[in-house]
Design a protein around this ligand. Structure first.
Ligand code: HEM
Length: 165
């Protein structure tokens, strides 16, 4: 219902609307992860207390990733390359651009979001300030690396999409 509403505002179809939001949310995912990593490294080096703001940043980084996951799954059900892949598996598997979205992008991104989820939950449960910062830092860095590889950047050797829709 909400998506139909957004499609109307954009005067575009559902697929274009989803692609726009999915492309836009990539930047929010990256910015929030980078900021959380910065806070993790700073807190660890300065041996500071894991305060309310650090906790909010941890929480929102995971939430933004989860929103992107929901948009991604919805887009997966609408995407022409993905539909083509599942309808023509033997032919499509030879085409990197199609296989990238149907399998590689989906699996890597789901792994990265699982890493963010586990890292965030573990950091929340750690008892010392140092352990909280360290857990957040390590798990979020791993997720960022996976996400960076799996984004279809204009310069990616796997698949290319614009920086902005
Ligand atoms: C952190 C998580 C993710 C990031 C940063 C991300 C980023 C992107 C970006 C930048 C694009 C190109 C958008 C464009 O065309 O301009 C894209 C496309 C796409 N993504 Fe994701 N994605 C994520 C997770 C997911 C997940 C979990 C799924 C599926 C379960 C998914 C499915 C797709 C599909 C189907 C396309 C479009 C293929 C087409 O061109 O039709 N993404 N993603």
């Amino acid at each position: 219902m909400f998506l139909i509403f957004l499609s109307c505002i954009h005067r575009k179809n559902m697929y274009q609307t989803l692609t726009f939001y999915h492309s836009f949310f990539r930047w929010l995912v990256l910015i929030s992860l980078l900021f959380a990593i910065y806070r993790g490294a700073k807190g660890l080096m300065k041996k500071s207390a894991f305060g309310r703001n650090d906790n909010l940043i941890r929480h929102w980084t995971a939430t933004i990733a989860h929103i992107q996951l929901i948009i991604g799954i919805t887009l997966y059900s609408q995407s022409p390359p993905v539909k083509y892949f599942w309808a023509n598996k033997t032919e499509a598997i030879k085409k990197l651009d199609v296989t990238f979205f149907a399998l590689i992008h989906m699996m890597l991104m789901m792994t990265a979001i699982a890493v963010i989820t586990v890292g965030s939950a573990l950091a929340k449960r750690r008892l010392s300030n140092e352990a909280k910062f360290k857990t957040m830092l390590i798990w979020f860095v791993v997720a960022l690396l996976i996400i960076f590889i799996a984004i279809p950047w204009p310069f990616s050797p796997l698949a290319n999409r614009p920086y902005w829709r």
